[in-house]
Design a protein around this ligand. Sequence first.
Ligand code: PLP
Length: 402
Amino acid sequence: MALDPTSLLSARARTTGSSVIRDLLRLLDDPTVLSLAGGLPAPEAMPAERLRVALDRALRADGAYGCPALQYGATEGVPALRALIAEEACALDGRTTHDDVLVTTGSQQALDLLARVLIDPGDVAVVEQPGYLGTIQVLAGAAARLLGVPIDDDGMRTDVLETLLRDGTRPKLVVVVPDFQNPSGARLSAERRMHLGALAERYGFVVVEDDPYRELRFTDDVLPPVRAHTGLAVSLGSSSKTLAPGLRVGWMSGPRALVVPLTRAKQTADLHTSTLAQHAVHDVMADRPFVAAHLDHLRTLYAARADALDAALAEAFGDGIEHRAPRGGFFLWVRLPGADTNALLPQAIGHGVAFVPGAAFSIDGRPTDTARLSFASLAMRDLPTAAQRLARAVGSPVPASI
Ligand SMILES: Cc1ncc(COP(=O)(O)O)c(C=O)c1O
């Protein structure tokens, strides 16, 4: 009988399960299901025309080895893009230089490289609860011992983290999504950013601040990154949410002493991020008037969708749902008291709406009464219908007016 090749899988491959989100994304191919599940940018928000101009310019350029955008490049990234990222990071954290920046194939790769470089099996890593599924998967795959710290409206409860540290917990990594967290929409307060930086210095761990939604704020206040408070922080950025995820261009800025082993790890992973995509992203990012107008447009678009979904949920559920209007990003976190959202999902799909159950964002995967709803990629006109279908799936009486 032929050998079952899965019997040869490494321990790491055996611990890396499939992603509920990826599985759900397949539902997007079904036009009858309105998906509040995936964290996808609005199709019309991706600046295809501007990227076409950028790609055209990149392809016309000529260098010593031919067109640089088509040639192999340095693992660290295209120098002009690194310089631009360093300049923007330094304006926020007051410390990043060109050598502290590594361009990555999406910020997901940065998370993977950090786990590879810092985590031995059994090492402790702290994540937010609920927390970004991609981080949980990466750290579980690296056989980290995962500890969850709860979040509230102001992000990770750094007082709870401090108690763990005082009691002897010694994490290598603490990972936060500081702005408009995936999945909850929470934003780490200025005080907690400072507190987290101080804890990193006192107890000796690396803070990873994974910040792809930073620019998608619906208000004007800009909070300094954790990296402004400690040189032990690594900040991750991405073009996925503001330009297009298909580009796969992300970046990190962190202590040079870590960037060197991270660069070596990246070399074995993919040599470097697509030079063509990096040149295109640089061309767009360096066009300051375009970026300012584009971000303005995104903030207005997503704020309107967040408001529309928030209002539609209030109308469809009345008191049967707990939710808070998001202040940025893509997500609205809801609580449906008494519901098991794992069990609700197939019913909801039957009613033509999809979401991600809260259990997907927890370390233990236990069923909860919470869910993540993405307001980013559905059209305005579909948001009330999605809320109405969800209410029907829950069994709430839906007012006839909707
Ligand atoms: C918090 C967070 N980190 C990282 C990622 C991955 O983004 P990228 O496309 O840059 O790899 C996502 C995407 O949804 C995210 O929400």
